[in-house]
Design a protein around this ligand. Structure first.
Ligand code: FMN
Length: 181
């Protein structure tokens, strides 16, 4: 059984990123995986903004990251990148804190124009923190799905398939690294 942490980085609530996180939480939990969900928006804003390394709430979240085999990181695209809110949390992860973790990046945006933000923005963040296993990400255009009370509805079934394939790839990578998982 693998231990997977899902991090969502939207400053708004309700949010598409949070709905995607909840969808993946359910999907993976029903397959017997140990899932923790971190909604960065729920952490104390002052601790994030002032980079308070002594924050109990932040340290609790960081401990979940430390224990994880894999992270699924979901952020809306803001100004052609991940959100500042997400970055405040990742700034508190220790140097090389993602070494030996598999990362699946997921971006959701209003425009397809920023598809490549996964490559030039999201992936370098995980790389600098030491991950050597950053999987192909998934980009969700907000016109391809809707959400209500954190329930996702796929308008394009192709998107659901892409997400499920990404999850299968993540689980296969974890098995390859640690066959007992
Ligand atoms: C401040 C701000 C900046 C945004 N910048 C972009 C952008 O550069 N590219 C893009 O495709 N969408 C952009 N969007 C649209 C959001 O990425 C999109 O609405 C996303 O689905 C919101 O996700 P959320 O509901 O999880 O917050 C922006 C939205 C906001 C509020």
């Amino acid at each position: 059984m693998s231990n997977i942490v899902i991090i969502s980085g939207s400053p708004t609530q309700p949010s598409r990123s949070y709905a995607i996180a909840s969808y993946l939480n359910k999907l993976l939990s029903t397959q017997g995986h140990q899932i923790e969900q971190i909604n960065v928006r729920d952490l104390p804003p002052e601790d994030l903004i002032y980079a308070n390394f002594n924050s109990p709430a932040v340290n609790q979240a960081l401990e979940k990251v430390k224990q994880a085999h894999a992270l699924i990181v979901i952020s809306p695209v803001y100004k052609a990148s991940y959100t500042g809110v997400l970055k405040t949390f990742f700034d508190l992860i220790p140097e090389k804190g993602l070494a030996e973790k598999v990362i699946l990046p997921i971006a959701n945006g209003g425009s397809i124009a920023h598809l490549l933000s996964l490559e030039y923005s999201f992936k370098p963040l995980f790389s600098i923190l030491g991950s050597q296993e950053i999987l192909s990400g998934v980009y969700l255009l907000e016109s391809q799905f809707s959400y209500k009370e954190n329930e996702l509805t796929f308008i394009e079934s192709e998107l659901e398939k892409r997400i499920q394939t990404a999850i299968e790839n993540l689980l296969a990578k974890l098995k390859e690294i640690e066959p007992s998982l």
